[in-house]
Write a protein that binds this ligand. Structure first.
Ligand code: PLP
Length: 372
């Protein structure tokens, strides 16, 4: 057997080191390492433009950003959310003593099913927290309509949605707050990092205070606050990476198109449905392994492992089936049939700009051969 090199589901992008050096030398000279320094301020401005949103508040990761978002909007009681996400989406609710109320997802988009939200709203509901799953926008308009009708806040977990546009606007401009992740595995990374997008300067100022311990100035401390600041090193990495982002997304797009072309005739494999009208970022490539395929998802996952291709079962286990959540009323299997089914069928294929044609072929050939 050929001794293949391993392929992972992603490989973080890093810009050429020499592009960072002048700014890093400047940091070494000035010794301004953090505390909302000049690179932090510049990255906020550039990201607002890039993501087509009025204001950006940078954070050290998306989890802190989500925690602060909930505080800033004074969310309490129950929040309606999706179980088909990374665990952080629900953990930030529990951490703030808020109850997640899970709503099932759509079979095609894999996003929260807006049609099922109404029936879950009670007097305790204060907000809806959808996720743009794998960067695919949820039904932002329908959710906005429900939120307006019941006077609820909307916090979009846009962790995967860098650069995505829906209804002709930056997807992070919808809702009261959107939160994005710049973790190493994301298409735009600052090693660790994240951001909140908001539509008003007033809310930005409030969030900026909350993420800096509540310190207003040298003699005034508001008290409520946490440390959510992004450091200057990470901000420089973000600024440098921004110069490459459109090229990186194009490279992902061509891999995604190739997978679709090569795999769409295989019985039992289907893709997430993404509307033609949106501008997508190709951040993930999930496939759904249905019963007509020769192997089930776990068998296929094992076969890839044997071939040194390390895929991910995002998002398995379903949040609602994990120990902190499974006792909840809204976690019952009969309430979440589609999310439970997809969590057993989904597999994310490798997608990243440097994924070579040869490596793409290794992935495609395994899927073709195993289907025969
Ligand atoms: C949907 C979702 N929400 C939240 C997070 C948390 O992001 P971070 O790792 O930046 O805290 C992640 C990420 O990794 C995610 O995928």
């Amino acid at each position: 057997m050929v001794n293949y090199k391993p392929i992972y589901v992603t490989r973080p992008y890093l810009p050429p080191l020499e592009e960072l050096l002048p700014s890093l030398e400047n940091i070494w000279k000035t010794r301004v390492l953090t505390n909302i320094g000049p690179y932090h301020q510049l990255l906020e401005k550039k990201l607002a433009k890039q993501l087509k949103v009025p204001y950006i508040c940078l954070f050290n990761n998306a989890t802190t950003a989500l925690l602060v978002a909930l505080k800033a909007l004074k969310i309490t009681g129950d929040v309606i959310t999706t179980p088909f996400s990374f665990i952080a989406t629900s953990n930030v609710l529990l951490w703030n003593n808020i109850n997640p109320i899970f709503v099932d997802i759509e079979l095609g988009s894999l996003n929260i099913d807006a049609k099922l939200i109404n029936e879950k709203i009670t007097k305790r509901t204060s907000a809806i927290m959808p996720v743009h799953c794998y960067g695919n926008p949820c039904d932002v308009m329908a959710i906005e309509e429900i939120a307006n009708r019941y006077n609820l806040k909307v916090i979009h977990d846009a962790s995967h949605a860098f650069g995505v546009e829906a209804v002709g606007k930056g997807v992070m401009s919808f809702g009261d707050i959107s939160v994005i992740s710049f973790h190493a595995t994301k298409i735009f990374n600052t090693f660790e990092g994240g951001a909140i997008a908001v539509n008003s300067l007033e809310l930005k100022n409030k969030i900026d205070l909350l993420k800096n311990f509540g310190i207003e100035n040298e003699s005034s401390i508001n008290g409520e606050g946490i440390n959510g600041k992004l450091n200057e090193f990470s901000s420089v990495l973000g600024l440098t990476q921004l110069n490459h982002i459109s090229e990186l997304i194009d490279q992902r797009k061509s891999i995604s198109k190739r997978y679709i072309k090569e795999l769409s005739n295989i019985k039992g494999i289907r893709f997430q449905e993404i509307k033609d009208s949106i501008k997508y970022n190709y951040s993930y490539f999930p496939i759904i392994i249905e019963n007509e395929y020769k192997l089930n998802r776990n068998e296929l996952y094992d076969l890839f492992q044997k071939n040194k291709i390390f895929l991910r079962k995002y998002f398995y286990p379903l949040i609602s089936n994990t120990p902190k959540y499974r006792h909840m009323q809204s976690s019952r299997l009969d309430q979440l049939p589609i999310a439970n089914r997809i969590a057993e069928q989904v597999l994310c294929l490798p997608i990243y700009p440097e994924l070579s044609l040869t490596d793409q072929n290794r992935v495609i050939n395994i899927l073709k051969e195993a289907s025969r």
